[in-house]
Unconditional design. Structure first.
Length: 212
């Protein structure tokens, strides 16, 4: 078994969320300090908090919901790629990759946000790159910023291009310090009835003998 690299984000009251979305909060229902047998809490958070996966129903009215997605897309071989541009993942970020030989790509951007910072101009995925990923038969695209599309987008064209090609979406993972190369990805969403998204505990596992 290879080394485990946690690429999730810490979820707390300080975790940044999309402007206007629900921030994380926690209420203690029972407390051992108050004489209860155990500590029990209720948490409130956006389904898009921290590392998360979007179900197609997030951006397509009749798209599959989270309990209907193919779980196999979120576990298996992947490649981490270091992005070349600050504004967007572009076609030349795919140069040198044989997409027919890849299953999942995770993009480490040049200036990703931290767990508790927000940047309106975060790096997104260009529509051209999204279409190339879909045409190449990839199972999943991931990025270390909050969205595949720019913050100002009203049409979410990159999201839709990936959906049309059957490519799952993983957003806001933490790839700081992760080298380019091949890994195993595990980033399973919760089985939420009718869910549009779910936070995930995303990890990479190094592959013994893998050539990066």
């Amino acid at each position: 078994m290879g080394e485990i690299i946690d690429i999730s984000r810490l979820v707390s009251e300080e975790t940044s969320v999309w402007p206007g979305d629900t921030a994380f909060s926690r209420t203690w229902v029972m407390s051992m300090a108050d004489g209860c047998a155990c500590n029990t809490s209720t948490i409130t958070l956006s389904a898009h908090t921290g590392a998360h996966t979007d179900a197609p129903s997030h951006f397509v009215d009749d798209g599959p919901t989270l309990d209907q997605v193919e779980l196999g897309n979120y576990i298996g071989p992947c490649r981490v790629v270091h992005a070349k541009h600050r504004d967007a993942i572009r076609l030349d970020d795919l140069d040198g990759l044989d997409l027919a030989e890849e299953e999942r790509l995770l993009f480490r951007t040049l200036e990703p946000p931290t767990d508790n910072t927000w940047d309106d101009g975060f790096t997104h995925v260009s529509v051209e790159a999204a279409r190339a990923a879909a045409d190449g038969g990839l199972k999943l695209i991931g990025i270390d910023t909050p969205s595949m599309d720019p913050m100002t987008s009203k049409t979410l064209d990159a999201h839709k291009a990936l959906f049309e090609g059957g490519v799952a979406i993983l957003e806001s993972v933490d790839l700081s310090g992760v080298d380019e190369g091949r890994y195993e990805l595990i980033a399973l969403p919760l089985k939420i009835s009718g869910g549009d998204s779910s936070p995930v505990r995303a990890i990479l596992r190094t592959l013994d003998g893998a050539t990066r």
